[in-house]
Design a protein around this ligand. Structure first.
Ligand code: ARG
Length: 327
């Protein structure tokens, strides 16, 4: 029987199981899901909703499951639909009925909202570090090219003389703005949605301030309907990612034309170029071309989610499950 199957007298069609499931991709959220559940269990205990003995069993069970997933010994099942119910089922199988208490006063709606925020906060931090390296590299190459004179262009026509350093530092400005946009994006998603329940909170006396501290959120969502249905934070990330790709793509476009024999400003390193199987004179800029090309799918993911969200009534709707693959 499904974990939600109490009122059902028929089992789900196999085709529906397959179509409805998100475990194929939300399994990537296993760590955030378990970290969220451990904090949630501590909160339930602190609020005397479960006993310390129950809390101990649940937390140990969750920690073991985390290890087992990381060892590769866990097989997720489509019939348990998503990462939340797969882990809950594993927990109940491991520690028995007490495992069912973990989901007290919680819904998968606030659970997925917190998992996605935890995941994105971490990933955005990683992207920020990569961007910082890019900024440092731009400074490094610029410093070496303070005296490298080159033409500056407007309308692709030679306009005024500039230096390569100055040209590259224009990209520095673009990527610096991207970095700040990402930080801004983290700050705006730094609100805890857990505790919102399915949509309208819970009659249990829970403690969201405690949860926020445990999970490292600076603030708490003010409106529970918004907490479970909002995906602005995902759209903001995808839109910042799209701007980053636009900048990378422009940069790559310049590398490609500078590397052409018509321009002949630069020569790409052999280790970052490819050859032709029919024309031996060629050295192709596949890497910057591919980066320019991959911009398309990032824009596509942004537009997809915009389109998914535009007609949704409050509060949670299953459509929002479509936010994950693009991210
Ligand atoms: N897999 C779902 C998602 O990604 C989790 C939330 C499901 N909630 C529900 N009421 N069916 O959005």
């Amino acid at each position: 029987m499904k974990l939600w199957g109490g009122r059902f007298s028929k089992s789900t069609a196999k085709l529906v199981d397959k179509f409805n499931a998100s475990i194929y991709f939300d399994k990537k959220l296993y760590k955030q899901d378990i970290i969220g559940s451990i904090a949630y269990t501590k909160m339930l205990e602190k609020c005397n909703i479960i006993t310390d003995e129950e809390s101990f069993k649940i937390i140990n069970g969750l920690k073991e499951i985390l290890k087992e997933i990381e060892d590769g010994s866990v097989q997720f099942k489509i019939e348990y639909e998503d990462i939340h119910m797969n882990i809950e089922k594993l927990l109940i199988d491991k520690i028995g009925d007490v495992g069912k208490k973990l989901h007290t006063a919680r819904s998968r709606n606030d659970q997925i909202a917190v998992d996605m925020r935890l995941y994105l906060k971490e990933e955005i931090n990683n992207i920020c570090n990569i961007l910082k390296n890019l900024l440092k590299t731009l400074i490094y190459i610029s410093e070496k090219n303070i005296d490298t004179i080159m033409p500056g262009y407007t309308h692709m026509q030679r306009a005024q003389p500039i230096t390569l350093a100055y040209h590259l530092m224009a990209y520095f400005q673009m990527f610096k703005r991207d970095y700040l946009r990402l930080i801004d994006c983290i700050n705006r998603m730094d609100y805890l949605p857990l505790g919102a329940g399915a949509l309208a909170g819970t009659t249990y006396s829970t403690n969201r301030e405690f949860l926020a501290k445990e999970l490292g959120f600076k603030n708490i969502c003010d409106n529970s309907l918004d907490a479970v249905s909002d995906r602005d934070f995902v759209i903001e990330f995808l839109s910042t990612a799209s701007i980053i790709m636009m900048h990378l793509s422009r940069f790559c476009e310049e590398i490609i034309i500078w590397n052409s024999s018509e321009f002949n400003f630069i020569e790409m390193d052999d280790s970052f170029s490819t050859g032709s199987s029919i024309m031996p004179q060629k050295k192709n800029p596949d890497v910057p071309e591919l980066l320019r090309g991959k911009t398309g799918r990032v824009y596509g993911n942004l537009i997809s989610l915009f389109t998914v969200m535009k007609g949704l009534p409050l509060a949670y709707n299953k459509d929002t499950q479509e936010d994950k693959e693009g991210v």
